[in-house]
Design a protein around this ligand. Structure first.
Ligand code: DX5
Ligand code: ZN
Length: 216
């Protein structure tokens, strides 16, 4: 079963509770939380005070995507927010292995994200063997509602092949510009966790279930 992860970034922030309750009527979702620091990416989003409230309403697993220069710092300060998956950007970190060891002690699932221009080969195999999720960005991180970069499908195929050959267990998550047009071939290529913001939350009647089903 493919997991769909609606990105909170595209929700109506003036009606956040209502939007979260609408998502609670749909099963098998992760709630994708885009945390941006204005340094790693040219945008700021939300942090601990907002997520402290979000966790009291959402029934879904919290999937935190840290687009920050210092994920190590947030590993500690986010530890009581009930986050299920903590994803950091490979490009932002020097001591990857040390950070992964630390995160594994705190979070049930640990992920690594790659920018569109970072090759899959940047991550050594021994790291792939101990990680729970690889997030392949299919837009340049920083904003919702951007256009999908189709070449990312080749990265999904490459990563899926490595996963298969080595019997690795990580999920392949794709994030950015996902809709009912590209979800099919991403799933076929091996993706099993799709993040979608604009496509889900732009449903005119707020029937988010119908958009989730179209992606599935
Ligand atoms: C972009 C974020 C994405 C974004 C996805 O930096 O990581 O999660 O919110 O939104 P859409 O689906 O609108 O591209
Ligand atoms: Zn994201």
């Amino acid at each position: 079963m493919v997991i769909i992860s609606p990105s909170l970034l595209s929700a109506n922030f003036l009606e956040l509770k209502t939007d979260l309750e609408r998502l609670n009527t749909v099963d098998n979702l992760w709630l994708h939380l885009d945390i941006m620091d204005g340094h790693f990416v040219p945008n700021l989003t939300f942090g601990e005070p907002v997520l402290n409230k979000v966790k009291t309403v959402s029934k879904h697993k919290l999937d935190a995507h840290f687009m920050v220069t210092n994920p190590d710092f947030y590993a500690d300060s986010f530890k009581d927010l009930g986050i299920h998956n903590f994803t950091f950007h490979w490009e932002a970190v020097i001591h990857h292995d040390r950070l992964i060891q630390k995160l594994k002690e705190i979070y049930p699932s640990v992920g690594i994200s790659l920018n569109p221009s970072t090759p899959v080969s940047a991550i050594p195999k021994y790291i792939l063997g101990k990680i729970d999720l690889i997030l392949l960005m299919s837009v340049n991180p920083g904003f919702g509602g951007q256009k999908f970069i189709p070449e990312i499908v080749d990265k999904v195929i490459e990563l899926d092949k490595i996963r298969h050959e080595n019997k690795f267990k990580f999920q392949i998550q794709v994030d950015g510009g996902i809709n009912d047009q590209n979800a099919g071939y991403l799933i076929q290529a091996g993706a099993n966790n799709l993040v979608a913001g604009n496509y889900i939350f732009s449903e005119p009647n707020k029937d988010y279930l119908s958009r989730v089903n179209k992606i599935r």
